[in-house]
Design a protein around this ligand. Structure first.
Ligand SMILES: C[S@@+](CC[C@H](N)C(=O)[O-])C[C@H]1O[C@@H](n2cnc3c(N)ncnc32)[C@H](O)[C@@H]1O
Length: 285
């Protein structure tokens, strides 16, 4: 039997709290590698000085921190997330960057604790596919946005274009049987299908919807670094890995490090990623 929405939310909270230390450990590396996605989200949400912005599933502050820089001292950004420990890390970074116009609070994206029409724009990176009821969250996004406000969201695209994420999954499958993923169950690839999030936004009344599959790579100095960093931060992959015995885990590690050798180039290892970038606007009314 599938999990209830409450169980999914609880699981997400525990999962991401557990890996918060890993996110902090690898923060600089992933910021350098993936900052371009934050810039894209900030642009797609049409952020500029003075706006009031909500970032959904902010985690350790992406893209909330860049949004805060962009809206400047006359604007404000609120980052919401289930996992308090991820947000604590985000808050520490905001303080060290001396950004006083951004704050973080715990909460569930499917029941946003904000007034109707209270934000000029909303951003979200790698969160919406983990929600138990995405259409409900999309309705909530439409409710709290002001008329004319933009949503920009990044979610993972197709598994076969995301070797960065699927390499460990393919190896884990060599040891244990993984049931074929339920396309409607929350998870990394829940919104990978072209047009899926777009359709939900259309049904919720959004306009000017644009979707693009955005291809890039994450670059690593070594296979070991790839393995350590991904395993430290990717809660869903950690959960599957935990089902292997100690010996299987050691073997799987070697196979993962070995199999990404095919992505080695002269100076580094470049793992492909494919991100679905979606932007949409709440109509003026
Ligand atoms: C992969 S992390 C992404 C964090 C950040 N946006 C980034 O791109 O670095 C996913 C985040 O979504 C949060 N999340 C998952 N389900 C959520 C929900 N229903 N409400 C709020 N946050 C949620 C998790 O706690 C986690 O911090």
């Amino acid at each position: 039997m599938g999990q209830t929405p409450e169980e999914i939310i609880d699981g997400q909270r525990q999962d991401w709290n557990r890996v918060a230390g890993g996110w902090e450990k690898w923060d600089r590396f992933f910021d350098e590698q993936m900052a371009f996605l934050n810039h894209r989200l900030v642009a797609d949400a049409r952020l500029r000085s003075g706006l009031r912005v909500l970032d959904l599933g902010s985690g350790t502050g992406y893209p909330a921190l860049l949004a805060a820089r962009t809206v400047g001292p006359d604007g404000t950004v609120i980052g919401i997330d289930l996992a308090e420990q991820m947000l604590n890390a985000a808050q520490r970074k905001a303080s060290s960057l001396r950004l006083s116009n951004v704050s973080f609070q715990t909460g569930d994206v499917t029941t946003l604790p904000f007034d109707t029409a209270s934000f000029d724009a909303i951003t979200s990176r790698f969160c919406l596919m983990f929600l138990p009821d995405i259409p409900r969250a999309v309705t909530e996004i439409g409710r709290v946005l002001k008329p004319g406000g933009w949503l920009s969201a990044a979610v993972w695209s197709a598994p076969d274009k995301n070797a960065y994420l699927t390499t460990p999954l393919a190896v884990i499958k060599q040891f244990i049987e993984l049931p074929p993923p339920d396309p409607t169950a929350p998870g990394i690839f829940r919104l990978a299908k072209p047009g899926e999030l777009m359709r939900m936004l259309q049904e919720a009344g959004f306009v000017n919807i644009v979707e693009e599959e955005y291809l890039a790579e994450v670059r690593f100095p070594s296979g070991e670094e790839y393995y350590e960093s991904l395993m430290d931060i990717a809660a869903p992959i950690q959960n599957l890995f935990a089902r292997l015995s100690k010996q299987q885990q050691a073997d799987a590690r070697n196979r993962i490090v070995g199999s990404i050798g095919q992505y080695r180039r002269a100076d580094d290892i470049a793992l492909p990623i494919a991100v679905r970038m979606v932007a949409a606007r709440k109509p003026f009314g």
